[in-house]
Design a protein around this ligand. Sequence first.
Ligand SMILES: [Zn+2]
Length: 427
Amino acid sequence: MNIRLYNARILDLDASHTVRSGEVRVLDGKIAEVIYDGEIKPEDRIFDREIDCKGNLLMRGFNDAHTHSAMTFLRSLADDKPTPKWLEEDIFPHEAKLTDDDIADFQRLAIMEYVSGGIVSAMDMYLRPDVTAEVFANAGMRAVIVSGLNDFTSSLSELEVQYDRLNSCSPLISFKAGIHAEYTTSRDKLEKLSAFVHDKKTGIYCHASETESEVGGCIERYGLPPVKFLASLGLFDFGGGIYHGVHVTDEEIEILKEKEVYTVINSASNCKLASGIAPLKKLYDKGIKLAIGTDGPASNNCLDMFREMYLTAVLCKLREKDAACIDASVILDMAVKGGAGCMGLEDSGLISAGLPADIIMIDMNRPNMQPVNNIVKNLVYSGQTANIKMTMVSGRILYYNGEYDLGFDPEEVIGRCGERTNKIVSG
Ligand SMILES: [Zn+2]
């Protein structure tokens, strides 16, 4: 597929967040050429599709660095409860009833939400990695599947098989080793995973330091907070990432730095579940690698990187009581480049020839994006998913002007998701 996107503003997430006018040409999944206004155009080609961007903005899409896509069925099912009660009474019992077909449809619903919100890739941890990988690949969306190893629903031998299989199943899919969390995984299993990680020289990803009670429990069990404990077993010897990181200690921040472990900030989830505000300013000042994730639709409840960016910025300012403590450009970089880096994807943030064509178009003609005093600040502080006009992954347009091209019928999926949810909830 040979696509020309012309008459565009083009945003590069370089040091100065440059915006230039021009056109982008896409061929076979990659950006083939970027021609800025005033430059001589190469000889004309025949394009399969030409899109007049009408001055709208092209940029690399958002990379959602932590989510549980198929949890869409739990959205608004049992909110406003204390977190342990919510998990034990509502989340775990309903998840136990899920079939593979349920997971596939609930994930398709999430994919519709991702692409209509400018999300081009997701780092997904859920119950059936094989199902998840297949659904993402068939829809044409990029994903990094993370194992949620724990003592109840998965085993290390399954993880080992998935590691090989899912890292070679599709150019859109990769797989990372991960545990759900320290508190759901026995020490014995963690030690065995560490041996695997050292054998493969790969990082691990997990929920860590999300709540005070989780940290307290780990200290009670092992005398150490979670990041320090997991690092003591060698699990971060090849990097990786932690999700949430709300209650990390100064000593643990040093470990994150030394081991080059990403911290994925999940602001909406942390607010809704009253987990706390992550120490973003401290992490940023220490040079910790940072990304942003939506977390799952049960704890957020939407898969919206605009809302995450806004909350991440303003919560940082509120925590520090300093409106100047972080710039919108840092937050945008986290949502695009940081997420890609965390997931092991191309992470330059540039619209450049040779890079994967994971591009979104922002509608600059909607009132909330005008006037254009500063595009980056508009995106972070007033941007909305309604501003997404197009989402392209690997050169294929998955969403354009409100229409999906995901290899399934969106209305049918919405209908089936309602029926499946009713069955699970009433069963
Ligand atoms: Zn999570």
